[in-house]
Design a protein around this ligand. Sequence first.
Ligand code: ASP
Length: 593
Amino acid sequence: MYRSHTCGELNAASIGQEVKLSGWVQKIRDKGFMVWVDLRDRYGITQLIFDEERSSKELMEKAQKLGREFVIQVSGKVIERESKNTNIPTGEIEVLVDEVNILNTSLTPPFTIENETDGGEDLRMKYRYLDIRRNPVKNKLKFRHKVGMEVRNYLSNQDFVEVETPYLIKSTPEGARDFVVPSRMNEGQFYALPQSPQTFKQLLMVGGMDKYFQIVKCFRDEDLRADRQPEFTQIDCEMAFVEQEDILNIFEGLTRHLLKEINGVDVAEFPRMTYSEAMKKYGNDKPDIRFGMEFAELNDLAKNKGFNVFDQQELVVGIAVPGAASFTRKEIDKLISWVKRPQVGANGLVWAKYNEDGTLKSSVDKFYSEEDLKTWAEATSAKPGDLILLMAGDANKTRTQLSALRMHLGNELGLRKADEFAPLWVVDFPLLEWDEETNRFHAMHHPFTSPKKEDFALLETKLGEVRANAYDLVLNGNEIGGGSIRIHDKETQEKMFDYLGFTPEEAKAQFGFLMDAFQYGAPPHGGIAFGFDRLVAILGGQESIRDFIAFPKNNNGRDVMIDAPAKLDEAQLKELHLQVNYLEETSKNSQGK
Ligand code: ASP
């Protein structure tokens, strides 16, 4: 028996007991006549004591030779500690050791394995198994487990069945590139790893499973913008005989259950906002509604007053920044440079201060009277003390730029509070979006999404205006879930592929299996998928998903611990019937969407 108790278990009630513990040596304090060792395992830390007066010479020597991260087993007696530590559950006791057994030695770890560490991110990723011994990482993995359990509980109680779907499949279009796997047994042919189990979950509905879910890995080969992972986890769900309303209700229920069980927070019914309203009010289809600063369109109030810069633009739009009238010239200039950075790409900002004394002063006083500025204040709902910021330009671009500024200010002013939760549904997304580059429509969600019945007529006339039965669940400015009611008949699905520029042959080759299945009594169905990593991070009050993943990849998609991806040796290539012929510029030229 390695242990009678864990290192987090013993307390004052255990005094007098003979115990056995196993774990890692976190810290050694050697006073010569006494040695204290902090022994750590997943459950906590227990202090061990070796005492010249009470321990043999041999035992003292053994204790003095222990090193950090040695794995040891000890037997001893629980005694009351002299100087107690009230911060940890085991802080009132220590174990007076009578036998120590070194189970394994350790090299000196490259960083300290304590809550606060001296190890930088790269080093901690290279030695991730050591990082996982630290509380901050270990606790996040435990937290993830807890969220996963609650998801499974809730969905099982609602009659959902968890079904696994294959990883070696054929391409599913979710808007990214596929990771591919060569087949040894089928020369010259490749599997694709699923970008999601989309087609399989639909086939499960044709198969009569009725309610499916799966906590599942998905693989998307995309440029890793901040905090994305090439493989990530979804809570993937699908239901038969449902309308949009049914799905929103069930998954609002799941989200509410999680907020209650995990965070102890009760949230009211989730507000709903159409896509077009979200874009108009927040310039963003995943608005953070924890703080105001809603957009006000000012074309009528700011154009044709002699200020040329505005007159020529499609849209003049503004926000009121609470309490920011006190910003200095320097602070405002900093904001102007911030929006001019290529990442945002705005031309500039016009500002108006609504001073505490009720007067108004702007950067464009030459063109606008105080009366004019008052109308801006009314439109943006600015109060005395607020700063009004205006942007102008092409409507869509300007909304996106102002949204970036709004989020930036939300962060800077501390308005995005981690312990506040503001979920909402964004509904009525456009079915298709026009891609200037390829000169054709793309599915905004994916090609299996059904158009709204009310918009069927527009399919023949104004494709770009057709709305979809698609919805996103947004939490604190993050899209945490998205889904749609699906097409479930062959004809509509064929038409959809046609709108998306597939020839009938291409559609059949890629998705014939799904359209075939639709001919055998496919029920009406729909679903949703949650980004599990992001959901866990948000519930855990963090922005970054990386620490909630045991073995994450870095921004170049590399696992620096196992050093992957890596080259294959000749023998393996041969077996796969592959020859690698590195093309220059491969990354730029051959990876079109
Ligand atoms: N497969 C979709 C996605 O990964 C989710 C869905 O439509 O259910 O975004």
